[in-house]
Design a binder for this molecule. Structure first.
Ligand SMILES: [Zn+2]
Length: 241
């Protein structure tokens, strides 16, 4: 189960201001998005995770609003904006609804934004380094085993879309294992936005990164903080040569 509220959510509601000196995750870049951006990023994440595909019908706006914990009007406006961008299609009539556009993969590159991608990627790197430092030596063996199973599955995967799906799942599950459900949500925010602004890595890059995943798990397993952080950095610095 991805989360209790459904595959598109949940999203924490604005709460009372935190006490002075208490860390507030809402001010971090990953939480800095509006409700409309959240709708976009969560739909993009579900496409990356292959939970929905081009041509698939999305849940009704009311369902999405409930899953994401935001207002239905905000969801409707976000869906309209995504239709205007060509990411979604609205069809009227009995079999109508809002669908992931068949042209999703050709429209997304038009939204790429190198500056935003660099800033989100840098924040994701810092987050993972912090999580690894926080969790090294304390991660339950069964959690590491579950992550290792994903690494093994990636080694077997041929299909580029499946590789990307597994790559994304690895980082969501790593966040959950090291930081809990709230950090998983924060990571989902970051990765969903990255799906829209950063070109997807080529299969050979994902495979090279999977070696870093394996190194990271081995170092986490023996509680070796420094090499574990190095594996996270090596992963983020793996680019096409
Ligand atoms: Zn990775």
């Amino acid at each position: 189960m991805v989360n209790a509220a459904g595959k598109f959510g949940p999203y924490s509601q604005p709460g009372p201001a935190p006490e002075a000196g208490v860390h507030d995750a809402r001010v971090l870049p990953g939480r800095g998005q509006t409700g409309s951006e959240l709708v976009r990023s969560r739909i993009a994440l579900q496409v990356r995770l292959t939970s929905v595909a081009p041509g698939d019908r999305l849940p009704d706006a009311g369902v999405l609003a409930e899953e994401l914990g935001i207002g239905e009007i905000t969801v409707r406006r976000a869906l309209e904006g995504m239709c205007q961008d060509g990411l979604l299609d609205r069809r009227r009539g009995r079999a109508g609804g809002t669908f992931v556009a068949q042209g999703w993969d050709t429209v997304v590159p038009l939204l790429h934004d190198a500056d935003e991608a660099a800033s989100l990627d840098a924040f994701h790197l810092l987050l993972e380094c912090g999580l690894v430092a926080h969790g090294a030596g304390e991660v339950a063996a069964e959690r590491l085993d579950a992550l290792q199973a994903l690494v093994d599955e990636m080694d077997q995967a041929d299909d580029p879309a499946q590789l990307l799906m597994l790559e994304t799942r690895f980082h969501l599950d790593l966040a959950q294992a090291l930081g809990g459900p709230g950090i998983r949500e924060l990571t989902a925010d970051l990765l969903g936005r990255l799906c829209l602004v950063l070109p997807a890595p080529a299969p050979e890059v994902v495979r090279a990164r999977n070696r870093c995943h394996a190194d990271l798990l081995a170092e986490l397993g023996r509680g070796a903080l420094d090499p574990a952080v190095q594996a996270v950095k090596a992963h983020h610095h793996t680019h096409p040569s």
